[in-house]
Ligand binder design. Structure first.
Ligand code: LIP
Length: 286
């Protein structure tokens, strides 16, 4: 129901804000760092601590304290978190209500003190994204969206540019963290074509930051191959609620486990960008 969704959104906002304080506190300090798949794929102690904090807060609210919240008791039992998956949990996405968490999206920015870094919390019900919160604590931007209820930044309604002409569009792209020659070669073919056919490209270093910027009309589209569900689930709700379109880069509906996404200010721009891309990289699925 609408009231339930609003309650989930409120909770996610409070929890993201608390998590963001931890990120802000750690931002200018020395970080304890590890690499994951390669030297460009980073995790810090803060990523891990913040993910635990988020999961514990959500469990406390929806599972353990059933007395003060009996109507939602045990409603939410599933979690997909970037660092839990890195720690060996497989990504299992079911029809059950599921919180999808990226404790720090833009970890590399966080490590290098570049302010485009954010906490992402999304909620899916029956594999439909219904709530999305993206909080960028250094920029002091709180983005929220809930299905059918609009998208907001710090409480102000946001909407996409509605740009329809690729030649006048700004496109966000990412180099990503894969260092495989074949993936890089394909990505840079795409990059070449996008630079050639548009007004310009930008890279913020965070999928979610790219997407909330498209959502608020700061830039017009974003495409990436190689990301994961936690990088774009929460920001996807915000983008759609802001009037944008989110598709599979090859066209058709987005597939959250396919590790690729194309977002744009409008469906028409999304389709144009999709057909401009010379080849669509198949990533190993989550
Ligand atoms: C990052 C994504 C970004 C991608 C990076 C990385 P993380 O997520 O937001 O779009 O290019 O390789 O995956 O690891 O900072 O949460």
């Amino acid at each position: 129901s609408t009231a339930e969704i609003q309650d989930y959104l409120k909770t996610a906002t409070v929890v993201a804000k608390e998590a963001g304080e931890v990120v802000r506190e750690a931002f200018y300090k020395e970080k304890s760092l590890q690499t994951k798949s390669n030297y460009a794929d980073l995790v810090t102690e803060t990523d891990q601590a913040v993910e635990k904090q988020i999961i514990n807060s959500l469990k406390e609210k929806y599972q353990l304290t059933s007395e003060d919240n009996n109507q939602y008791e045990a409603d939410i039992s599933q979690f997909i978190g970037e660092e839990s998956v890195a720690g060996g949990h497989k990504t299992e996405w079911t029809d059950d209500p599921t919180w999808i968490i990226d404790p720090i999206d833009g970890t590399t920015n966080f490590v290098h003190q570049i302010p485009h870094t954010c906490v992402c919390i999304g909620l899916s019900i029956k594999k439909q994204m219904v709530v999305g919160v993206v909080y960028a604590p250094i920029l002091n931007e709180m983005y929220t969206g809930a299905k059918g209820q609009g998208a907001f930044c710090n409480g102000e309604r946001i909407s996409t540019s509605q740009q329809n002409d690729l030649k006048q569009a700004i496109i966000y792209l990412e180099g990503g963290s894969s260092r495989e020659q074949d993936v890089l070669r394909r990505k840079f073919n795409i990059y070449h074509k996008v630079v050639e056919t548009t007004r310009g490209t930008r890279t913020l270093g965070s999928a979610a930051m790219n997407m909330v910027n498209v959502a608020k009309g700061s830039g017009d589209a974003y495409v990436e191959y190689g990301l994961h569900i936690w990088d774009f689930a929460a920001s996807g709700v915000i983008l759609i609620e802001a009037g944008g379109a989110m598709i599979d880069p090859a066209g058709g509906p987005v597939d959250f486990l396919s590790r690729r996404v194309l977002c744009a200010s409008s469906q028409s721009l999304a389709d144009q960008l999709s057909t401009t891309i010379p080849e669509h990289i198949e990533m190993e699925r989550d």
